[in-house]
Unconditional design. Structure first.
Length: 223
C-alpha cells in the first residue's frame, strides 16, 4: 500500500525501558536512546492511500490520523514502530486495520492548519462516547533543520512490529528521509497518553514538524 503522510507533528517524551517493554510484541524489545525508551503522539494527514503504486482510493484513502507509538528493535538490530493506538475518522479503515492487528480507534480527528494570524499547525481528536481526547499544535521553525541523533532516532523508522494471527510480524515501509524541523508547542491538552497507559510529566522532550513524505509498505515478515 502506498501512502502520503502530510503535515506531521511529532511530540515525544522519555519513559522507562521497563514501561515500554510491557507493550512490545514477542521477540522485540524497546529501542533505547540516551538510556530511555520514548513514547510519542504523532498527528498527520493521510492522503491518497493506494493499493501498491496505483491511484489513490477515493474518500477512504484520505483522512486525519493521530497515533500513540513506541519504538522497537529485533535481536538482529532491525528497528521499528509499535503502535499503541491510532485514531482515525474513517470507520471502514478502522475496521479493516483492526483485522490485521493494527489498534485503530474510531474517532473524530481534525487537522488544524496554519491561519493568516498564526503559524501554528496541529490536531484535535475526540473519541466517541465521551472517550479520550487531545488537542495539540506547534509552530515550526523552518530555519532550524532537525538533524540531531535523537530526531533521527524517533523518525527514521522503516517498518512496524505488530501481532498478526498470534505471531509477531515486521511490516516494512520505504520512504525518503523526513524533511524535519524543530518546533515549539503552543497547545497541548491530551488524554490519549493516559488512556494508553502512560502518565508523562511536563512538556514533551522533543517537538518536531515535517511537511511530509510518500511511503510504500511491503510484504510482512514473521519473526
Amino acid at each position: 500500500m502506498g501512502q502520503r503522510w502530510k503535515d506531521a507533528v511529532f511530540l515525544h517524551w522519555r519513559i522507562s525501558v521497563e514501561q515500554a517493554a510491557g507493550y512490545m510484541p514477542p521477540g522485540v524489545v524497546p529501542d533505547v536512546f540516551d538510556g530511555s525508551a520514548w513514547v510519542g503522539i504523532i498527528g498527520f494527514q493521510m492522503q491518497e492511500a493506494s493499493l501498491g503504486t496505483g491511484p489513490g482510493i477515493p474518500y477512504f484513502g484520505t483522512f486525519t490520523e493521530i497515533n500513540v507509538r513506541l519504538y522497537s528493535r529485533e535481536p538482529d538490530g532491525t528497528r521499528g514502530v509499535v503502535f499503541v493506538t491510532l485514531d482515525a475518522t474513517r470507520l471502514a479503515v478502522v475496521l479493516a486495520a483492526r483485522t490485521a492487528g493494527i489498534p485503530y480507534v474510531w474517532s473524530h480527528a481534525t487537522y488544524l492548519p496554519a491561519q493568516a494570524n498564526s503559524a501554528a499547525v496541529g490536531y484535535s481528536v475526540r473519541r466517541f462516547r465521551g472517550g479520550a481526547r487531545s488537542d495539540f499544535a506547534v509552530i515550526p521553525d523552518f530555519d532550524a533543520m532537525a538533524e540531531d541523533s535523537l530526531s533521527v532516532h524517533l523518525t527514521a523508522r522503516f517498518g512496524l512490529h505488530s501481532v498478526v494471527a498470534g505471531r509477531t510480524a515486521f511490516i516494512p515501509n520505504t520512504h525518503l528521509a523526513w524533511p524535519l524541523f524543530h518546533a515549539t508547542t503552543t497547545v497541548l491538552d491530551d488524554s490519549l497518553l493516559h488512556a494508553a497507559g502512560f502518565d508523562v510529566p511536563g512538556p514533551p522532550d522533543s517537538v518536531l514538524y515535517s511537511p511530509g513524505v510518500y511511503t510504500l509498505f511491503g510484504k510482512p515478515r514473521f519473526l
